[in-house]
Write a protein that binds this ligand. Structure first.
Ligand code: 9WN
Length: 483
C-alpha cells in the first residue's frame, strides 16, 4: 500500500495502530482504554481480536479465550471481565456493584473471576472465525476452534432461548449498556418509564476521564443504575427463565417480568445472525454439518425483517417490547413524522412498539449476506440520504440521524461517528457490491483514525476527536482495514 500505511515504515498508520494495541495489552487481554475503561469489555475484545490477528494470531486467540473463561454456566458472556489488580474506584460500576459471584450464583457466574451480569452484542463467533482464518495452522495446532465452539454455541443458545422476551424469535437487550450504544436516542422512550436511582446513591468514575458534554448525562446514569440494580437483585434471572425467576424473585412470583426495559435491536440481532453464519462455518471446519445453523440464521433474518424493518423509511428500527402499554411513551407525537409507515400502525401491537428514531443500528443489518435485494438497495439509499449523508456532508457515518431532534455531534451515541459501526458498514457495502462507497468510507475511516490519534469516537462532520484516544477497537479495526 501507500508508504503511510506500510507496516515497515516507522510512524506509519500500521505501526501506530499496533503500538496502541501493545500499550493496551495486559498479558491476557486488551483494555479499550487505559484511563476510561481499564478492564476487559466483551464486544470490544471481539473487535480487537479481529485486528490483533494481523499482528499476533496467538494474542488474538488468547483475547477471545480469556473472555470465554469468564462465561457464566447459563451461557451468557458478561459485558465486563474485571481486572483484579485495578482499584475498584477506577471504573463505575465496579465488582462490588455487580456482585457476580454471589448475586449471579443461580445463573452460574464464575467463582474465580469478577464480572458484570449483563451482556454485549454477540460479535464473538464472527471474530473467532476471522481469527482462525488469519493462521489456520496455529489455530489447528492449539485446538482453538474446537475449544471455543462449545462456548460460542452456549452463548447463542442463551440469547435465543433466555432472551426472546418479545416471543418473536429475536433476542432482547435488558439494559442500554447491553446493546453497546449506551445513550442512543432510541432508548429515550423505553427509558422514560424507568425511575432513576438517586444521584447520591452512586459515584460516576467516567467524568474523571471524559468531558461531561461528551458523555451520557447524570439522569441517564440514574436509570442505568436502577435497571442494573433490579436485574442483580433478581439474581440476573431472565423473564423467560421461569424457574430461576421464581427462585430469585424478591416478590416471590415466578415468571414475572424482570426489569422494565426490553428492546429488540437491529444491530444486536444482525450481529447474532452474522455470528450464527460464522458458527456454521466453524462447525463445518470441525467436521460437523453447518446446515442447521445456516438455516437458523435464515429464520432469524426473516424475523428481523418481519419485526424491525420499515419499508417506507428504508431502514430497521428498535422494537420497545414493553412499549405501547401505557400512554406515557416518549415516542408518542413523534410518530406523526412517520406518516403512513409501518411505525404508525404497529405502535400498539401486543409485542411492543417500534421506536421512531433513526440510529446507525438500523443500518447495520446491511452486513447480512442473505438480505433481499430491495432491502439492501433501500439501506444503501438511506445511508446516502440526508439522515446519514454517506459520501457527502458527513464523511463518517453518524451514530444518529443528522436531522433528528436529539442530534448532538459530540454527545457519545447521539451523533458522533464510531469506528466499529463504520467498519461493519464498510463490510456490508463491500459484500453487496457497493465498492465505490466502501472504498470512500474505508479511506475516511483510516484517515480519521490517524488524525484523531485512534479516538473512541469523532464529530461526524469535522472528525474532531471525542472521548478517549488510543482506543482499542479503533486501532484494531484500522489494522483490519489496512489488510
Ligand atoms: C459501558 C468500552 C465500552 C463500549 C461501549 C461504550 C462504552 C461503557 C461506558 O464503553 O460503554 O459499558 O462506561 O460508557 O458505549 O460500547 O463497549 O469501550
Amino acid at each position: 500500500g501507500a508508504p503511510v500505511h506500510d507496516p515497515a515504515v516507522p510512524g506509519s498508520l500500521h505501526v501506530r495502530a499496533a503500538r496502541v494495541l501493545d500499550a493496551n495489552w495486559t498479558g491476557t487481554s486488551t483494555v479499550p482504554s487505559r484511563g476510561l475503561y481499564p478492564h476487559q469489555w466483551s464486544w470490544d475484545s471481539a473487535f480487537i481480536a479481529i485486528g490483533l490477528r494481523h499482528i499476533s494470531p496467538l494474542r488474538a486467540q488468547t483475547e477471545l479465550e480469556t473472555l470465554l473463561d469468564a462465561q457464566w454456566a447459563d451461557g451468557r458472556i458478561p459485558h465486563i471481565v474485571f481486572n483484579p489488580s485495578v482499584p475498584f474506584d477506577a471504573y463505575f460500576p465496579s465488582p462490588d456493584f455487580w456482585r457476580s459471584s454471589t448475586a449471579g450464583r443461580a445463573a452460574g457466574a464464575p467463582r474465580t473471576v469478577q464480572t458484570s451480569g449483563i451482556v454485549q452484542p454477540p460479535v464473538h463467533a464472527l471474530a473467532a472465525w476471522l481469527v482462525h482464518l488469519a493462521d489456520p495452522g496455529l489455530s489447528l495446532a492449539r485446538g482453538f476452534l474446537a475449544r471455543v465452539y462449545p462456548h460460542l454455541a452456549a452463548w447463542h443458545r442463551y440469547l435465543l432461548h433466555r432472551r426472546d422476551l418479545g416471543g418473536g424469535g429475536l433476542a432482547s437487550v435488558v439494559h442500554p449498556w447491553e446493546q453497546g450504544m449506551d445513550n442512543s436516542p432510541a432508548w429515550d422512550a423505553p427509558l422514560s418509564r424507568i425511575t432513576p436511582a438517586p444521584a447520591r446513591s452512586f459515584r460516576r468514575a467516567d467524568l474523571a476521564h471524559g468531558a461531561p458534554e461528551d458523555r451520557p448525562t447524570d439522569l441517564d446514569y440514574g436509570r442505568y443504575v436502577r435497571l442494573a440494580t433490579e436485574y442483580r437483585d433478581g439474581g440476573y434471572a431472565d423473564g423467560t427463565d421461569k424457574g430461576a425467576a421464581r427462585r430469585a424473585s424478591v416478590e416471590g412470583g415466578g415468571g414475572r417480568r424482570v426489569g422494565g426495559f426490553a428492546v429488540e435491536d437491529p444491530a444486536f440481532n444482525a450481529l447474532l445472525i452474522a455470528s450464527e453464519h460464522a458458527l456454521a462455518r466453524i462447525a463445518q471446519e470441525l467436521g460437523a454439518p453447518g446446515t442447521a445453523r445456516h438455516a437458523r440464521a435464515e429464520r432469524l433474518t426473516e424475523a428481523l425483517i418481519d419485526r424491525l424493518w420499515d419499508p417506507v423509511e428504508g431502514m430497521f428500527f428498535c422494537r420497545d417490547v414493553y412499549g405501547g402499554e401505557t400512554r406515557e411513551s416518549g415516542a408518542l407525537g413523534r410518530d406523526q413524522r412517520f406518516g403512513s409507515s409501518a411505525l404508525g400502525s404497529e405502535r400498539r401491537s401486543p409485542t411492543g412498539a417500534l421506536v421512531p428514531e433513526r440510529t446507525v443500528s438500523g443500518l447495520i443489518p446491511l452486513l447480512l449476506p442473505t438480505l433481499p435485494r430491495d432491502i439492501t438497495t433501500a439501506l444503501v439509499g438511506t445511508l446516502r440520504g440526508p439522515h446519514f449523508s454517506l459520501g457527502d456532508a458527513a464523511r463518517l457515518v453518524p451514530s444518529y440521524d443528522l436531522l433528528g431532534e436529539a442530534f448532538d455531534p459530540h454527545r457519545y451515541w447521539r451523533g458522533p461517528a464510531w469506528f466499529n459501526t463504520g467498519w461493519l458498514l464498510e463490510r456490508g457495502l463491500r459484500l453487496h457490491g457497493e465498492h465505490a462507497d466502501a472504498d470512500a468510507l474505508r479511506e475516511a475511516l483510516l484517515e480519521t483514525a490517524g488524525t484523531s490519534d485512534f479516538a473512541e469516537y469523532v464529530d461526524p462532520y469535522t472528525g474532531e476527536a471525542c472521548g478517549a484516544v488510543g482506543f482499542g477497537w479503533t486501532a484494531a479495526l484500522t489494522l483490519d482495514l489496512l489488510h
